[in-house]
Design a binder for this molecule. Structure first.
Ligand SMILES: Cc1cc2nc3c(=O)[nH]c(=O)nc-3n(C[C@H](O)[C@H](O)[C@H](O)COP(=O)(O)OP(=O)(O)OC[C@H]3O[C@@H](n4cnc5c(N)ncnc54)[C@H](O)[C@@H]3O)c2cc1C
Length: 361
């Protein structure tokens, strides 16, 4: 049966737009997703779903709820999420103890493991750490497959897509945003959602609500496929690493990739690839490793590094964030709820620190 609810245009078909499209269409809205095409942050993401990395307690709670939202979504759709947890040993000594204690105090599922247990969990890692942390509740996801699954599920419920079209203007009439203009013309809607990743700032500015974002380029390396050797997401002093279903190993070039604040990529690509391979070989020396793909992507990071989710003006919402894989399922759920029903106690509490209005101050 065709949906009869309000019409919504979503700008952006990355994980955030796809998740919102599914939630909105499922709740009865009539969704149109418009996307310019080209490289997305989603397609190049490391795909780690976690709350162990966070800026403060509120951000931790949001990310923890993000994990729960992936579970809820996984009960409705067949999604490529692997709930095998993370092994983390980027810190040592007192710093590792402090990280453990801080996460325990927040009530997180964290457990210190010794070398013997580490080896039983990841037998192929050379020089296993004496101490490591096990985050049992964390996951990883093939972000491209998950995004396509969400877009397909939205389409099967009636959502429509406009592809290869860049939104040049968000249309305002009588004090309310009511559609978009692309090079192919105007599409009217009751609501517009900006979920445009790094394109968000330009659209917000065009809509009269300037929002600045950081420039955060990131390189990610994929090896040629190797036999199955890893089960968990690994976070070591050599960098973050996981193995994909096709056997390739995925490693961001920056060692502390979630905290990386470089504004430019300065090393030559060959040097970067060599450095990543050296770090990989120190973890997995018995494998013959070669790289297959090095991808440059830009992380969508608002100026204060925190998510931006909520109403911008009448008829206009925004959802833009780094850690959009961790938060993608939740962001879609909450934004759909707020667009169709308004702010609830739960969404109000979870999103209080992340409203776009903070940029107007
Ligand atoms: C290298 C790397 C590693 C990462 N690792 C992790 C991780 O391990 N865990 C995690 O949680 N997060 C991670 N992230 C962050 C995460 O990938 C992003 O936060 C998330 O993918 C953002 O999704 P999005 O839908 O907002 O944006 P995108 O995926 O970039 O999609 C935005 C879409 O909007 C479209 N668009 C933009 N402007 C317009 C316009 N004017 N008109 C029409 N369409 C437009 C674009 O074409 C694009 O298709 C990583 C990011 C990178 C780059």
């Amino acid at each position: 049966m065709r949906a009869t609810g309000p019409s919504v245009v979503i700008i952006g078909a990355g994980i955030i737009g796809a998740s919102a499209a599914y939630a909105l269409q499922k709740a009865g809205a009539r969704v149109t997703i418009v996307d310019a095409g080209g490289e997305t942050a989603t397609a190049s993401s490391f795909g780690w779903i976690n709350a162990s990395f966070h800026h403060d307690a509120a951000h931790f709670r949001l990310r923890e709820e993000g994990l729960a939202a992936w579970k809820r979504l996984g009960s409705k759709l067949d999604l490529p999420v692997s709930w095998r947890g993370t092994l983390c040993w980027e810190e040592t000594g007192e710093a590792l103890t402090a990280q453990h204690d801080q996460l325990c105090a927040l009530g997180y599922a964290v457990r210190e493991i010794d070398q013997a247990e580490f080896t039983s969990l990841e037998p192929h890692i050379a020089e296993p750490p004496v101490r490591a942390l096990h985050f049992a509740a964390e996951a990883s996801v093939d972000s491209i497959v998950a995004t396509n699954a969400l877009l397909d599920a939205a389409a099967s419920l009636g959502a429509q897509r406009l592809r290869g079209l860049k939104v040049e203007e968000i249309m305002e009439t009588k004090g309310r945003f009511a559609g978009i203009r692309t090079q192919a013309g105007i599409t009217l809607a009751d609501h517009v959602l900006i979920a445009a990743g790094t394109g968000t700032a330009a659209l917000m500015t065009q809509a009269g609500v300037p929002m600045s974002m950081l420039r955060r380029p990131a390189l990610v390396l994929r090896t040629r496929p190797v036999p199955p050797v890893l089960r968990h997401v690994l976070v070591s002093q050599f960098g973050e690493l996981r193995q994909l279903g096709d056997g390739t190993l995925l490693m961001p070039a920056a060692v502390d990739h979630q905290g990386d604040s470089s504004e430019t990529v300065t090393d030559s690509l060959e040097d970067t690839a060599d450095q990543v391979l050296i770090r990989l070989r120190s973890l997995l020396p018995h494998l013959t490793l070669d790289w297959q793909e090095l991808t440059l992507a830009f992380r969508p990071v608002p100026q204060d590094e925190l998510p931006v989710i909520g109403a911008v003006a009448k008829g206009l919402h925004v959802a833009c964030m780094h850690s959009g894989i961790t938060l993608g399922a939740l962001a879609g759920e909450l934004v759909a709820q707020e667009m169709l029903e308004g702010v609830t106690n739960q969404s109000g509490a979870l999103l209080a620190a992340y409203r776009p209005s903070r940029f107007a101050k």
